[in-house]
Design a protein around this ligand. Structure first.
Ligand code: ADP
Ligand code: MG
Length: 242
């Protein structure tokens, strides 16, 4: 469904994403993990059209996404969330989801009905009139998923939707993602938290300093010596800085 070929992004002398290749199949929950600075968010932004690549290619359902930009890519059926929840102070939950629903619904009442249905799905059905800044972190994450879902995507790109959630909130978010997949959604899931993705992903790519260091089913990837080294190195650095 999604094919990434030799994808490369440089920031000055730094190669943030270095000739990365992977394929996501239809109906898969696919994880993209790696320590801080690995290039996950940059790769995610390339796929979502928020950044132009320096080299390489991204194909969605067999067609190149080159030069499409984020709105065009969303219109093709590939919707993203944001790692830092993008909420507009003046908007309620319903209005915020309606902004996504307007992609396919020209009439405001149709967009409102669609957004209301999406809000129910993501567990915000009782919070429709709440201004988005008043939401909890977990609710903001659900709102982001709702906004993406409202654009009626065939594939969802989720950037760290588990960050800042407690364990029961993580469980509920994973449940929602499984439910969506059960309905045919394809999911590309970017996470810093390796343990949380182990149970849910069908396959993973592991990145470190811009390069893909492993890919495959989670159990297989976690036995890879380069992956263990990348994560232990990261943990050691965090301890040093603590
Ligand atoms: N806009 C940018 N300008 C310069 N350097 C950047 C920019 N975005 C990311 N980087 C650098 O690229 C590398 C990868 O960052 P990022 O994709 O955010 O990694 P991750 O999401 O895996 O933590 C890091 O070294 C980061 O400092
Ligand atoms: Mg990141």
């Amino acid at each position: 469904m999604l094919q990434v070929r030799q994808l490369t992004k440089r920031f000055g002398g730094l190669v943030a994403v270095d000739a990365v290749d992977f394929d996501v199949a239809q109906g898969e929950i696919f994880g993209l993990i790696g320590p801080n600075g690995a290039g996950k968010t940059t790769l995610f932004s390339l796929v979502a059209g928020a950044l132009p690549p320096d080299a390489g290619e991204i194909l969605f359902e067999g067609r190149s996404l080159a030069g499409m930009g984020s709105a065009g890519i969303c219109g093709r059926g590939l919707a993203r969330t944001f790692q830092i929840p993008q909420t507009f102070a003046s908007m309620t939950v319903l209005e915020s989801i309606m902004a996504g629903a307007m992609l396919h619904h020209r009439r405001i009442d149709a967009a409102r009905a669609a957004a209301s249905a999406v809000a129910q799905r993501v567990g915000l059905g009782r919070r429709l009139d709440v201004p988005t800044p008043a939401l909890t972190t977990a609710e903001k994450k659900r709102l982001e998923v709702g906004r993406a879902l409202a654009t009626q995507p065939r594939m969802l790109l989720l950037d760290e939707v588990l960050a800042g959630l407690n364990s029961s909130e993580v469980g509920a978010m994973l449940e929602l993602i499984r439910t969506l997949r059960g309905e045919g959604m394809t999911v590309l899931f970017v996470e810093h938290n390796m343990e949380a993705v182990m149970g849910i992903c069908d396959r993973l790519v592991v990145m470190d300093t811009g390069r893909k260091i492993a890919d495959g089913p989670p159990q297989e990837v976690m036995r890879d010596a380069a992956v263990v080294r990348a994560y232990l190195g990261d943990a050691a650095t965090e301890v040093q800085h603590a």
